[in-house]
Design a protein around this ligand. Structure first.
Ligand SMILES: Nc1ncnc2c1ncn2[C@@H]1O[C@H](COP(=O)(O)OP(=O)(O)OP(=O)(O)O)[C@@H](O)[C@H]1O
Length: 285
């Protein structure tokens, strides 16, 4: 099943200044895809549009569909967006936990879409919900911190808490917008490994935008690359080489981890011509 179908999507915040331009791609359920590109290339905007936090620009053929249902079309959010909200877990760079609440209560917030509103408003979670939240904390290695105030946890610990919240939500789609950008290398590894495990074990579809491209290479089989708002690569991770990354980041990226045993290829088209989405989808393993 196709989890995400982005079709001819554009976005401008100011007239004449495109942030995203005619972006199209499909992601099948169960994939884990890295979204890469230089600062300002449009990664966060794209993730915000898929999550429904931002609307797409008007355009007859412009749609975003999730799990086969259109959630945005021609500049408007559609009713399915609301119905699918609890299927989508979003993880941000800044963790977004409520500092004065315990970690457990933050994780329980993930259940809000599953219980009647009045119970949620009163914070009345049942035993089964609490056990579920503790299990999620166990999976991310944070159960010993369940009763600690979120503000007293390190960045990496808070991010693992945010992942536990998404697990408790039982989200089918996880959108992680630079989840490791504020973390030290060890915490970043733990968070990426946790996302990979959830992708493998729970079959959750994951899109993760990353500045640290070495993590994209380690954890994702497929990469979608944006350059100045255009989709310039959509295909297998091993299809990208040092030269591509140099073009993508204007020579401003550490690419030592990329194998350099590939044949040099003509880079003149890289960053200019979008990959045909159909071809790109076929190219993914
Ligand atoms: N709400 C907004 N109003 C005006 N401009 C915006 C808004 N949101 C994003 N932009 C602009 O859109 C462009 C793309 O921003 P976006 O945050 O999507 O890029 P990004 O690839 O995620 O960058 P970074 O890696 O630095 O987070 C930037 O030029 C940014 O200034």
């Amino acid at each position: 099943m196709t989890a995400i179908n982005v079709s001819s999507v554009s976005k401008s915040f100011e007239a004449g200044k495109s942030v995203l331009e005619d972006v199209s791609f499909k992601i099948e359920a169960g994939e884990m895809v890295a979204l890469i590109g230089a600062s300002g290339s449009g990664k966060s905007t794209l993730i915000r549009m898929i999550s429904g936090l931002e609307t797409i620009d008007k355009g007859e053929d412009s749609t975003i569909a999730l799990f086969g249902q259109d959630v945005q079309r021609n500049g408007r959010r559609l009713p399915a967006a609301r119905a699918l909200r609890r299927e989508i877990g979003v993880i941000f760079q800044q963790f977004n936990l409520v500092g004065r609440l315990s970690l457990l209560n933050n994780v329980l917030v993930g259940r809000l879409g599953h219980i009647p509103k009045w119970r949620g408003n009163l914070g009345l979670f049942g035993t089964a919900e609490k056990i579920g939240a503790l299990r999620a904390l166990e999976r991310v290695g944070m159960v010993d911190f369940a009763h600690r105030r979120a503000s007293r946890l390190s960045g990496g610990q808070q991010q693992r808490g945010a992942i536990a919240r998404v697990l408790t939500q039982q989200a089918r789609l996880i959108l992680a917008d630079e989840p490791i950008a504020s973390l030290d290398p060890k915490s970043a590894d733990t968070v990426m490994e946790t996302l990979s495990i959830i992708n493998r074990e729970d079959k959750a579809t994951v899109i993760v935008s990353l500045h640290q491209i070495d993590h994209a290479f380690r954890h994702c089989k497929r990469i979608i690359a944006l350059r100045q708002g255009k989709l310039v690569y959509d295909g297998p991770t091993h299809g990208i080489d040092k030269g591509d990354l140099a073009a993508l980041y204007d020579n401003d990226a550490d690419t030592d981890f990329v194998p350099s045993n590939k044949k040099p290829r003509d880079l003149s088209s890289f960053g200019k011509k979008p990959v045909e989405p159909k071809k790109a989808a076929l190219a993914v393993e």
